[in-house]
Design a protein around this ligand. Structure first.
Ligand SMILES: *Cc1c(COP(=O)(O)O)cnc(C)c1O
Length: 222
């Protein structure tokens, strides 16, 4: 895999205002270093131990994004340095991030994970559960987290119309939340959607952050 060539190819597909999270999970530090040397600064990981090991040995100006399912007992390990947490799917997790960010003297940008796929086994709030959380929980009193937008994953299918419809539904939901709960809040602006096989569709439907792994780094070896 020519990482630098692949990286450039993905970046050339992204219009201004759409940022790339290079998803480096299961790939070694050297692969990240190669992308770093080509100018990439935002990297995404989904396992705390793997991330912490890489963070310790790679350049300090890397912006690390946690993109996977995060257990509350792992938050304390990443709170001192994590730049964004993409998949907040319970108020309990948001409150724990706030607690650990306070201890670290930081404010951590977080995205609310929304379940948009026609698949039963994925995490995330339904639209209604998300509205209810924002209506009922005291998230506005949390001083050390910043709700920066939403994140979602489309169904793993070849049906492009379905993928587009799911991404469009997430974009529309972000716009709804912006009006109803985050009016005048400049921090709430991200729609994190799009992976290797569907990021072009996600961009067409209004993504602001794409999370691309295998297209840049090659297939993961589990
Ligand atoms: C692994 C992962 C990605 C990247 O997937 P690719 O298909 O390798 O681009 C994006 N988002 C999440 C949440 C992931 O876990």
């Amino acid at each position: 895999m020519d990482i630098q060539k692949q990286l450039k190819e993905v970046l050339s597909d992204l219009p201004d205002g759409v940022r790339l999270v290079a998803v480096s999970k299961f790939h070694p530090a050297e692969a990240i270093q190669t992308a770093y040397e080509a100018g990439q600064r935002i990297f995404g990981e989904s396992r705390e131990q793997e991330l912490s090991a890489k963070q310790a040995q790679l350049p300090a100006d890397i912006e690390w994004h946690f993109i996977g399912h995060l257990q509350t007992n792992k938050v304390k390990y990443i709170a001192p340095y994590i730049a964004m947490i993409h998949a907040v799917d319970t108020y309990k997790l948001l409150a724990e991030i706030d607690r650990q960010a306070a201890k670290a003297g930081r404010i951590i940008p977080c995205l609310l994970e929304i379940h948009i796929a026609q698949e039963a086994n994925k995490y995330g709030f339904t639209f209604e559960a998300c509205r209810e959380m924002l209506r009922c929980e005291p998230w506005q009193s949390l001083q050390h987290v910043r709700i920066a937008g939403v994140m979602g994953m489309a169904t793993n299918t070849d049906d492009e119309a379905q993928i587009r419809q799911e991404f469009a539904s997430l974009r529309a939901f972000a716009d709804e939340l912006k009006e109803s709960f985050f009016a005048g809040n400049a921090d709430f602006r991200e729609v994190s959607m799009g992976m290797s096989h569907d990021y072009r569709l996600a961009v067409a439907e209004g993504s602001t952050l794409v999370r691309v792994g295998s297209k840049i780094f090659g297939e993961r070896i589990y």
